[in-house]
Design a protein around this ligand. Structure first.
Ligand code: SF4
Length: 453
């Protein structure tokens, strides 16, 4: 039970809590966004927030309660707030405080599907995640995102216009022998390409299962967009360097064509069982083998996310999704020292929570050695959700005047820089949804089957 000045809020803890708590006197947000980063309808809320004297929970929470508690009262059981473990700026703590759910990509994707009694989903995470929820939702449900510009630089190097020429090129050459496996960090339009080839979506928690299924099909796999997750999960199921072909990511990928390849290059592509689209995560590729060596020499267990390079993953003591990393840290015996190689805000949250259990957590890239200066970083694009975004979204929904820009439909493409959104006509939206849903449902079937195997 959370008590506010206005009422008591019953917190639904049917999903395992992240355990993240809000500390008295500790700042709620480490940085404020400038006013002109907010969309017009959100500015009045941002102005109020920016005028607050400080960022302590004692100041920020009563201001948020003023708007959020009436909104939650208004919607009652019909609303669900969602956030990803990865979100920075304590937004996960706030979402959880107001009874929302914090989860990894796989669990988030299924929230609308598995909760038909909820009608309104408010997601404080990245756009591709909100769109995935919208792809799987029931018709009577609506999905809203608190900041449509919350994006992913890895996904930004695999936009439809970049990938489509390569996809069509490979489809023309390999036909039914091509299967696309795409990571959750893609738009619905890319997921639809996977559906078109009877392929599947994957997350970092089930990439091994999905990759094994694709390898067993005997088809040529195009893995999109993360070359490192593709390589790490590919090696897990037996692909070697000789079996893999790296197709450039971003605009270079769009300009690459099979017809213009040198014969030896084309031959390598023909022989490859796994084609990796060359995008990557700037946050995870920051970790180097020297970081792993540094902390291992100092008796730390090293745990990393599979978006890190294969060199880093192969040196680490363990590798897995955000929920794997969180469980490993929270389940470690007191006195354990762990270096975690993943997104900086996640590691900071894990460090704070683990300290209560007597477990020491450091960011793998935080090497306190002047001869080897390095620092772990958070994901700047993902962390664009803050208290004013959540407050404004909920208050405007309660008033019945939510900006259409924040509604998420299948096939929506948002530019992370400008916030401009391209929305497809209804028939194209339906087609994207049909194909992308097929690839998502295959992921769900394979993942659930693996759990009971
Ligand atoms: S941490 Fe990397 S993969 Fe995750 S949203 Fe940010 S850029 Fe994308």
């Amino acid at each position: 039970m959370v008590t506010t000045p206005h009422r008591s809020v019953e917190v639904d803890r049917s999903m395992r809590s992240s355990g993240i708590v809000i500390e008295p006197n500790i700042p709620i947000c480490q940085t404020d966004l400038p006013l002109d980063w907010y969309q017009e309808e959100f500015k009045p809320y941002a102005e109020e927030y920016l005028a607050l004297p400080d960022r302590t929970p004692e100041t920020v929470l009563p201001w948020m309660d003023r708007y959020i508690v009436p909104a939650l009262d208004h919607f009652g059981d019909r609303v669900m707030l969602l956030a990803h473990y990865y979100m920075g700026g304590e937004i996960v703590k706030l979402v959880e405080r107001y009874g929302g759910r914090v989860a990894d990509s796989y669990a988030l994707a299924l929230e609308a599907l598995r909760n038909p009694e909820k009608h309104v989903f408010v997601e404080s995470a990245v756009h591709f995640m909100a769109e995935t929820i919208a792809l799987l939702k029931h018709d009577h449900q609506d999905v809203w995102i608190t900041n449509p510009k919350s994006g992913c630089t890895m996904e930004a190097l695999a936009k439809e216009e970049m990938l489509e020429p390569a996809f069509e090129d490979m489809l023309a050459r390999y036909g039914d022998d091509l299967v696309v496996v795409c990571y959750m960090n893609t738009s619905g339009r890319i997921k639809a390409m996977a559906g078109k080839t009877n392929g599947a979506v994957c997350t970092s928690s089930n990439a091994g299962v999905i990759m094994k299924w694709a390898r067993d099909s005997g088809k040529k796999i195009l893995f999109v967009p993360d070359r490192h997750l593709g390589e790490n999960s590919g090696r897990q199921v037996g692909f070697t360097s000789d079996d893999m072909f790296l197709w450039p990511g971003g605009w270079e990928g769009m300009r690459t064509s099979i017809a213009r390849m040198a014969p030896t290059e084309r031959d390598r592509l023909d022989k490859a069982g796994l084609v990796l689209w060359g995008s990557f995560c700037g946050v995870h590729t920051h970790f180097k083998p020297a970081h792993v060596a540094y902390w291992k020499e100092r008796d730390h267990r090293v745990l990393v996310h599979p978006e890190c390079t294969h060199e880093v993953v192969s040196m680490a003591d363990g590798s897995g999704s955000t929920s794997y990393l969180w469980k490993e840290v929270m389940g470690a015996p007191a006195g354990t020292k762990i270096a975690v190689g993943t997104e900086g805000y996640f590691v900071r949250n894990a460090r704070e929570q683990a300290a209560r259990l007597g477990v020491e957590v450091v960011n793998l890239a935080d090497v306190p050695d002047p001869s080897f200066p390095s620092v772990g970083c958070g994901c700047a694009t993902m962390s664009r959700n803050d208290p004013p975004h959540l407050v404004a979204m909920l208050d405007l929904l309660r008033k019945g005047t939510p900006p259409e820009l924040n509604r998420v439909l299948s096939g929506d493409a948002v530019d992370e820089n400008t916030g401009f959104r391209e929305r497809l006509d209804p028939a194209s939206r339906d087609e994207i949804r049909r194909l992308a849903k097929k690839a998502l449902e295959r992921m769900i079937d394979l993942t659930e089957a693996a759990k009971t195997a």
